[in-house]
Design a protein around this ligand. Structure first.
Ligand code: ADP
Length: 155
C-alpha cells in the first residue's frame, strides 16, 4: 500500500468548541505524519468549489455558511493508506450515527457540525490539497519514529 497525503479541515465548530488540540492529537497519536498546517478564513468561492458535489442539495448554502462562521484549521497528513485511515478515524457524516470512538462519534451531535472534513479518495485528496495549500506550504521531512511506526516492508 502506498504512502498518501490527505487533506483534513478542522471546521469552525471545532475551533469554537475549543477542540483543535484534542482532534489534532488524535491524528498525531495514530502515527500520521504532519506535512502542512494553517488557519484560514474560507469564503464562498473556495467553498462552492470544495462542496460542488452538494450544489443541488437544499442545505448547500447553510453548509457553506457554517464553514465561514469562523476560521478553519487546514492540515495535510501523510501515511501509508492515509486517506482511508483518516476517513475511518472521522467516521460517517452524521455525528449522531457515527460509532463511539470515531471523531464524529465522540465529538459531534450533528449532520452538519461534524468536526472534520477528510478527503474521500486519491483524486479528491490531490485536488483538495492544491485548493487549500500552496506547494511551498507542504513540507517533506523525515520522521525519526518511522521505524517504530511501520514494519520495514510496510513503507
Ligand atoms: P463528508 O464530509 O462526510 O465527506 P459530504 O461530502 O456528503 O460528507 O458533505 C459535506 C458536508 O456537508 C458534511 O461534512 C456535512 O457538514 C454537510 N452535510 C452533508 N449532508 C448533510 C445533511 N443531510 N444535512 C446537513 N449537513 C450535511
Amino acid at each position: 500500500m502506498a504512502t498518501e497525503k490527505t487533506l483534513v479541515l478542522l471546521k469552525p465548530c471545532t475551533l469554537q468548541r475549543g477542540l483543535i488540540g484534542e482532534i489534532t492529537s488524535i491524528f498525531e497519536r495514530k502515527g500520521l505524519h504532519l506535512c502542512g498546517l494553517k488557519m484560514m478564513q474560507l469564503d464562498d468561492r473556495i467553498l462552492s468549489e470544495h462542496y460542488a458535489h452538494l450544489a443541488e442539495k437544499p442545505f448547500f448554502q447553510r453548509v457553506k455558511d457554517s464553514m465561514m462562521a469562523a476560521p478553519v484549521v487546514a492540515m495535510c497528513w501523510e501515511g501509508v493508506g492515509a486517506i482511508e485511515v483518516v476517513r475511518a478515524l472521522a467516521g460517517p457524516t452524521n455525528g449522531r450515527n457515527a460509532a463511539p470512538g470515531t471523531i464524529r462519534g465522540s465529538y459531534s451531535m450533528s449532520f452538519q457540525e461534524n468536526i472534520v472534513h477528510a478527503s474521500d479518495g486519491p483524486e479528491t485528496a490531490a485536488a483538495e490539497l492544491r485548493r487549500f495549500f500552496k506547494p511551498e506550504e507542504i513540507f517533506e521531512w523525515t520522521s525519526c519514529s518511522d521505524s517504530f511506526t511501520y514494519a520495514c516492508d510496510e513503507k
